[in-house]
Design a protein around this ligand. Structure first.
Ligand code: COA
Length: 253
């Protein structure tokens, strides 16, 4: 798909900074676009895969064609059968689209009930005694393209952390890495990730983990550079070659 891209940005016009509460609406937009709706989001990838690369969908297309042809060309007593076949295949397509969409909207809402509900208090709690004092959330900001000036949040990333214990070293988790489609392939994702890694090193975190899915090939391309594949676990979404798996990567610092 042809992306409508923003003009090229000089690298020094991209600012990576910590989240402030006023960023919340823009961050939610980046989150929704990155997870459910935008090009290369997991939700978008799943829809494209189901409609272009999935054998049951090819069968539905064939049934639709046959049903349509029967309805328009066959004798009257077969027309109803043709119509029913065509309608059934349309219903199947709509069902698959609905199922994919609701699955990813559910993931999105899970986030809204969790860390994305109040990013500031989840990631920037000042309590030094907190079990996870190293959490942090960053945004990527660029000068706004509109005539009024100002700036625009176009990406984000979060560092979450396992609770501190006496026995285990702290493991950081990279989460919520998203860049708006029009600003991708300009190094913003890499800048966000580097910021997170250098912050984690400063906080004496020795190991990072992240989870992505087989529905996010672009993100995996990025992680394959420095991160190491660790494990794969099943999700309850999909079946056969539409099955979604969670893939864990690790990085030693
Ligand atoms: C993954 C994502 C954050 C990368 O952001 P980005 O700003 O485009 O990243 P960068 O510009 O730093 O690109 C880094 C590398 O990623 C890979 N990459 C980025 N876009 C790609 C694309 N469309 N196709 C293939 N590889 C791509 C390339 O290896 C690229 O390096 P290169 O530019 O030297 O070839 C962005 O594509 C995104 O938001 N995707 C949807 C949400 C998502 O999957 N997030 C990850 C959650 S686990």
């Amino acid at each position: 798909m042809d992306l409508e891209r923003s003009p090229l940005l000089p690298q020094d016009s991209i600012l990576i900074r910590q989240f402030i509460p006023a960023d919340a609406p823009s961050v939610l937009k980046v989150y929704f676009t990155g997870l459910v709706d935008g090009v290369d989001s997991a939700g978008h990838f799943a829809v494209v895969r189901a409609f272009l690369h999935w054998i049951p969908m090819y069968l539905a297309y064939m049934l639709l064609l046959c049903g349509g042809a029967t309805y328009s060309l066959a004798p009257r007593n077969l027309q109803l059968f043709g119509l029913a076949t065509a309608l059934l295949s349309c219903a199947f397509m709509l069902f698959i689209y609905y199922r994919i969409r609701t699955t990813f909207i559910t993931y999105y809402r899970d986030g809204l009930r969790n860390d994305m509900l109040d990013v500031n208090s989840y990631y920037h709690s000042d309590d030094e005694k907190a079990e996870r004092p190293t959490r942090c959330f960053w945004v990527a900001e660029i000068p706004s393209a509109n005539s009024k000036g100002g700036s625009e949040v176009v990406g984000c990333v979060a560092l979450d952390c396992s609770p501190k214990t006496d026995h285990e070293p702290m493991v950081g988790e990279l989460r919520r890495l998203f860049v708006l489609p029009a600003y991708r392939k300009r190094g913003i994702g890499t800048m966000l990730m580097r910021t997170l890694i250098s912050y984690a090193k400063d906080k004496q975190i020795r190991s990072l983990r992240l989870e992505t899915t087989n529905f996010q090939p672009v993100a995996r391309e990025l992680y394959n550079r420095n991160w190491t594949y660790y494990s794969t676990r099943d999700s309850d979404f999909g079946a056969g070659d539409m099955k979604m798996n969670f893939i864990e990567y690790r990085l030693s610092l």
